[in-house]
Design a protein around this ligand. Structure first.
Ligand SMILES: [Zn+2]
Ligand SMILES: [Zn+2]
Length: 328
């Protein structure tokens, strides 16, 4: 009997995980080793959920590699491989995470793609075209912006840029303002329009002092690292969604759904073997750029420079294991 029989979600068995990974005989040595060697030592199974965790609130069936490969999705190719990051509103506050750092950390996850930060725009730019979907949230008493207005505006920009031969794969709006998806919602962290390749994500609620962060001074190193880690985690997770990868239920993984900040903080900054294999497929013809050892080496370097201790330890251990077994 499953240990969580009294809940609606049951973590998958080894057999279901093997089925989700699928047939690996066509893969090259680098990716094949990365998804088969030392798995039990380095990857934790999906945890038994607590009441209120994502999988107890949302139905998640899991997405196998085969199902992922059958979905209609955007695939980068030589002329469309730029992921644009569009800052909306100010990021000048001392507690705001560094967009440059978030993008730098994200680059190794998307080999063959480019990530470029566009010049900032403001919410007032939307109102030139009519309303901007602003309301005052009744709990926080602070302004919030409607996601559909933002996505609509980014869509118009996308059409315009295409005329100038911009090679846009996706466009991700990022903001320090709070956002909401509809009048009966309190807030949302982010929302993607996968068909349009456009997403909008707010980092405002990732600050432990929200909704009072605006008034607070600079944060301690510990809080700065926490905010940065959460922002990177949300950003990379959401861009991976735009590639067509759904939530992971197979291992503890960067692609697990998260309902609370506790769940978000318990999530690792790495992909499980199944999601890593999906990203290998997602990159399409640019696969020649996909090298797991190089990817991990770069991420380890970044984790060390940003003082992400647990993450540095994981990448170091994983790399040692892959390199040692390669030399035998
Ligand atoms: Zn998600
Ligand atoms: Zn996963």
């Amino acid at each position: 009997m499953c240990a969580c029989a009294n809940r609606s979600f049951c973590p998958p068995t080894d057999r279901q995980r093997a089925k989700a990974l699928g047939d690996i005989c066509q893969l090259n040595d680098d990716i094949s080793r990365a998804i088969t060697i030392g798995i039990d030592e380095c990857f934790l199974p999906f945890p038994i959920p607590n009441v209120g965790d994502w999988v107890t609130v949302h139905t998640e069936q899991g997405q196998t590699v085969q199902e992922f490969e059958r979905t209609v999705r955007t695939v980068p190719h030589s002329s469309y491989r730029t992921i644009y990051v569009q800052p909306i509103g100010s990021f000048d506050h001392p507690r705001a995470p560094s967009l440059e750092t978030i993008c730098e950390f994200s680059r190794p996850f998307f080999p063959g793609c480019q990530i470029e930060i566009l010049p900032r725009i403001d919410f007032t730019d939307f109102s030139k075209h009519g309303q901007n979907g602003m309301r005052i949230n009744s709990y926080t008493k602070q302004p919030q912006y409607l996601t559909s207005f933002i996505i609509g505006h980014l869509k118009k920009m996308k059409r315009r840029e295409r005329k100038h031969d911009r090679q846009e794969l996706f466009c991700i709006g990022v903001t320090m303002a709070d956002i909401y998806p509809g009048s009966n919602w309190n807030f949302v962290y982010g929302l993607a329009s996968i068909d349009d390749g456009i997403g909008i994500y707010s980092f405002s609620r990732l600050d432990p002092l929200f909704p009072n962060a605006e008034m607070a001074g600079p944060c301690t190193d510990e809080v700065r690292i926490l905010i940065l880690k959460r922002s990177i985690s949300v950003f990379v997770h959401e861009v991976i969604h735009l590639f067509g990868v759904e939530h992971c239920i197979y291992y503890l993984c960067m692609m697990n759904g998260t309902e609370t900040e506790e769940e978000m903080d318990g999530q690792p900054l790495y992909l499980c073997p199944i999601c890593l294999r999906k990203m290998y497929s997602a990159i399409g013809k640019e696969k020649k750029h996909f090298n797991v050892i190089q990817m991990y080496t770069k991420i380890l370097e970044l984790c060390k420079s940003l003082h992400f201790k647990d993450e540095s330890a994981w990448y170091e251990n994983r790399l040692n294991l892959l390199n040692t077994t390669a030399n035998n």
